[in-house]
Design a protein around this ligand. Structure first.
Ligand code: AKG
Ligand code: FE2
Length: 292
């Protein structure tokens, strides 16, 4: 099983100094925030630029601008657009098609796969030239906490979803969307599973669901994960609620406090043009994005 076309993971994204500075400021933002909106299934989100509500999957205005201390990260992301062959980037799946790997089928209790060494060719464009995130969410995941499998809302959240990881490595799971995904996505509260998931203390599922083809990929600190194409529109991503993960070599690692910075380009009137109508709220009229 290959990783979803359109997925890129860039390790050591910032210089060591820039990374250390950013991690300190992210921790500080949580400690000093007077405006914490409570936790979402154990995660604490802080939104900048525009507010994204993971429960309704909608966006709303937000007074808090993207802080200037994120400038190094934004600048480095901007530089990721300036690789050559920009003109080829219209089809993000092509731009990412050479994630070359020896990946194999993975089930929930198998070892995770790694794509950290499968970096997109630097001669390919990772992001469109006009990519400019206007919505940033920082999340804190204490050990044992995850995020249910989901596809970021098609209509309002743009063609590329970025996630920068800090502090702890965590395994992210990717799965091709299916009927079950559709049912969950277009029900009144898409992330209903959030609070009903059982905290799994083990490294792997006690009762792995058979035939579930799930790719598990470690996201190391200071790595940038870019989801485009199928990875963004037609595969779910999520993090299981557990205290430990397996490395690709099979060792058990204890999770630490993890932070992530998700960056998106929001279009309030967005009409998604993707090729995956099954998972698309623009095409699926049962979905009402104005729902509270
Ligand atoms: O924490 C992460 O790396 C991903 C977060 C995410 O998928 C989301 O907020 O939509
Ligand atoms: Fe997401």
């Amino acid at each position: 099983m290959l990783p979803p076309p359109g997925l890129s993971i860039i390790p050591s994204f910032l210089s060591a100094q820039q990374y250390a500075q950013l991690e300190e400021l992210v921790r500080k933002a949580f400690n000093s925030s007077i405006e914490q909106r409570g936790t979402k299934g154990g995660r604490t989100p802080l939104d900048y630029g525009i507010r994204f509500d993971v429960r309704t999957c909608g966006v709303a205005a937000n007074e808090e601008p993207i802080p200037i201390w994120m400038d190094d990260l934004l600048q480095q992301i901007h530089e990721s657009t300036s690789y050559e062959k920009i003109q080829d980037s219209e089809d993000p799946e092509m731009a990412h098609s050479n994630i070359n790997s020896n990946l194999s089928i993975n089930s929930e209790d198998a070892r995770p796969l790694t794509v950290l060494q499968h970096i997109t060719d630097r001669n390919q464009s990772l992001l469109p030239l006009n990519f400019k995130p206007n919505q940033v969410t920082i999340q804190h995941y204490p050990p044992g906490i995850g995020i249910p499998p989901h596809i970021d809302t098609h209509s309002c959240l743009g063609t590329h979803i970025l996630s920068f990881s800090l502090a702890s490595t965590v395994n992210m799971q990717f799965q091709r969307a299916n009927e079950d995904t559709k049912r969950k996505m277009f029900q009144p509260r898409r992330c209903l599973a959030e609070n009903s998931q059982i905290l799994n203390k083990g490294t792997t599922d006690k009762h792995p669901r058979k035939a579930k083809q799930i790719l598990e990929i470690p996201l190391e600190s200071n790595s940038l994960c870019i989801m485009a194409g199928q990875a963004r529109y037609a595969w779910t991503h999520g993090i299981r609620r557990r205290n430990t993960d397996l490395t690709p070599e099979g060792s058990v690692v204890q999770r630490q406090d993890r932070y992530s910075i998700t960056l998106r380009q929001v279009d309030f009137d967005g009409q998604c043009q993707c090729a995956y109508p099954d998972w698309c709220d623009t095409r699926n009229h049962a979905y009402d994005s104005s729902r509270p």
